[in-house]
Design a protein around this ligand. Sequence first.
Ligand code: 5AD
Length: 433
Amino acid sequence: MCYAIPGKIEKIEKNTVTVDYFGEKRKALNELTEINVGDYIYAQGGFVVSKVSSSEAESILALWKETFFHLQEVDLRLSRLNLGDNNADKRLLEILDKASQSKELGRDELLYLLELKDPAGLELFFKTANFLRQKYHKNSCCVHGIIEISNYCLRACRYCGISSHNKELQRYRMTKKEILESAQVAVQDYGFKSLVLQSGEDPGYSADELADIIKEIKERFPALIFVSFGEIGIEGLQKLYKAGARGLLMRFESSNPRIYEEVHPGQKLESRLIHLQQAYKMGYMIITGGLIGMPGQTSRDILNDIFLAKELHAEMFSFGPFIPHPNTPFAVLPSAQVEEVIKVLAVARVIDNAQAKILVTTALETLSREAAKKGLLAGANSLMLNVTPLAYRKFYSIYPNRAHQSEDIAVQIEATISLLRSLGRAPTDLETI
Ligand code: 5AD
């Protein structure tokens, strides 16, 4: 979104460019051909997204200059870790000490963290995860915009409010024109550099139609595009990649095939994993993860989920709480607890210090107003804002009362910028050299 700063191209080697941000160098992949050393660009997720004129870039950079270093200081201050001098449990201190030195933890140690309940111990654990986030990712934070293009879905996932179980839901499918208008608003009016296009598994769009939409967005409103249309098949994924999509958002929901098959009648975990593996091979950046709080799910399952996300080369982990929807078979089940989800984010950061970004999901924010801040202070470094037209947003009810359901984009952006600034986070989500 507008929380992005232009960088200056320092070096071009084949399709990799070195970008300078106030003396800090980052690398990005360039798929724009007409780019030269000295040009200013916006990059996102490791990709050059668009060129910016020198005059525009220089005036934006003048505004950012002091803020950039100030934010780094704030972040550094908030992520200091002191494991000495406190009365926490000895085993916990040993584990956290090991984690803080990036030593690999054993499964029993990771399970100990996932099952931790003591508030003071949890605070120390979250601080350790935040320390690791700062150490490897610095204060960068990326913010994607999501457009929910259709709530039609032919699947019968037992937890999901837009599944075929929900007979009362008013269904919508945005037209190509509406999708392009939403992309235009997000990119041109609000400055988003990265968009996620999402829908239920909706046979109402063919892969060719989706590809056509993506191609036109790429041509007219340059942004990094993630697709999230469920299992559209390998050929479908290829078509969308060719059209310009570079990311796939697809959770595997649960790494336990028994749970997976129980909550997704008629579907196999295997098929989902094949999509994720093939997409990675095609060059897609992967965002994946699972649902926390499904019936029968144990800490061991959740730990396996985190390992599976890593194994699938997740560029970003997306783990969020299950929240019951009244018109689904899971209506009477309890929501996952905020703390349980934050623990998952923190364990993910301990397992994967350096590679993956970690998302604070809207579902987590739905459970608690403070959740975004808590998550960002426990290892997470990524957010998604909803840029679906307000008229449709309430119908994308995967669970009830979603956070930001009726908030204008401008309002979400203002709140997000103010949160990120208070935590010292800056919008440079590029690989540090
Ligand atoms: N609670 C929380 N998340 C849900 N999703 C679907 N239904 C629910 C629910 N009841 C999530 C799934 C899916 C994503 C788009 O929404 O994990 O991957």
